[in-house]
Design a protein around this ligand. Structure first.
Ligand SMILES: Cc1ncc(COP(=O)(O)O)c(C=O)c1O
Length: 325
């Protein structure tokens, strides 16, 4: 348990004592990142530019928050200035934003500036790093993020089933000063800290097979080193981006905020989304995802995460696409 926590602090680049793997997939830690800090009636601001921002809105509302949202079309990102303009409107307790939107392939820049704006207006910043952690820089302490969560099955290359969560001092204080009990018993960090702290007090049966798997996955990350890992994700993403351009499938997201772990090429007229994906799977054993929501039928979603971010995968996919198209 101690190894897992120390290694999670390393990948999150944080000193936060309260850094643990939550039992359950990414959505479990997403839920924990909200329910531990929200009390009924609290004002919460959510930035929505894709599917997972929508999920944050839904979850926060279920815990009784008064949710306001700031929207951008799917695939775009936010500026700290527009977020600050919204933060000024009310006394928000918390704001949440997705770092890497898996539904669009956009990587939110300037998280440090957004965190500073949140703090100027007395709000906590919650950051979704499900598709960024372990694949692109996530600097929780340097950026001043109060709460961040992720999943094990993306760039950490571990089976799904746990979700890393880190909680900083400012957020801890909010948790310690709640007037009401956390509405979700299973995810109540004030209870879980006793299990993950020195007391090791039973809370719920730990999924220990997953804890061992995560320990090993994180040891592999540590062995490679974060900097080398980020560089590898970048190198093979760039190889993919160039190859897609050459095939007439340009990535939809501008390069300034394009996500290396998930690329979203735009489909040209006449390319049959489902047919090509089916052939890729049956003839080449390669699975890529389609778009959904407003991007359904318009893009593909190609993951290069963790172990799968390799030259041979990119080369094979590009060759297969060339043939099929
Ligand atoms: C950005 C983002 N947030 C949250 C989640 C939810 O994680 P899970 O599906 O592991 O519950 C996902 C899953 O793909 C995601 O991509």
């Amino acid at each position: 348990m101690g190894d897992v926590q120390a290694l999670l602090r390393y990948v999150f680049q944080t000193e936060n004592q309260l850094t643990i793997p939550v039992s359950g997939t990414g959505s479990a830690a997403m839920e924990a990142a909200l329910c531990n800090f929200i009390e009924p009636g609290d004002d919460v601001l959510i930035a929505v530019n894709g599917y997972f921002g929508e999920r944050l809105v839904d979850m926060a509302g279920r815990y009784g928050a008064q949710v306001d949202r700031i929207d951008r079309p799917w695939g775009e990102v936010f500026t700290p200035e527009e977020i600050e303009a919204n933060l000024k409107q009310k006394s928000y307790k918390l704001m949440a934003i997705v770092h890497a939107e898996t539904s669009t392939g956009a990587l939110q820049p300037q998280v440090a500036e957004i965190a500073a704006a949140a703090h100027r207006h007395g709000a906590l910043l919650v950051l979704d790093t499900v598709t960024s952690l372990g694949g692109v820089p996530v600097e929780i302490d340097a950026w001043g993020v109060d709460v961040a969560y992720s999943g094990t099955q993306k760039a950490l290359s571990c089976p799904p089933g746990l979700s890393p969560l880190t909680i900083g001092a400012r957020a801890r204080e909010v948790l310690d000063n709640r007037k009401t009990k956390v509405a979700n018993w299973y995810l109540d960090m004030s209870l879980l800290t006793k299990y993950w702290g020195s007391e090791r007090t039973y809370h719920h049966t730990a999924p220990i097979n997953m804890n061992y798997a995560l320990r090993e996955a994180l040891r592999i990350v540590d062995e490679e080193g974060l900097e080398a890992r980020f560089a590898r994700h970048r190198t093979f993403a760039e190889l993919l981006w160039q190859g897609l351009e050459d095939l007439g499938l340009p990535p939809r997201v501008p390069i300034e905020y394009r996500l290396p772990t998930l690329t979203t090429p735009q489909l040209p007229e006449g390319v049959e989304d489902a047919t090509v994906r089916k052939q890729l799977l049956s003839e080449y054993n390669i699975e890529i995802a389609g778009g959904f929501g407003p991007l359904a039928g318009k893009i593909w979603r190609i993951g290069l995460m963790g172990y799968s971010s390799r030259k041979e995968n990119v080369t094979l996919l590009l060759a297969a696409l060339k043939e099929l198209l």
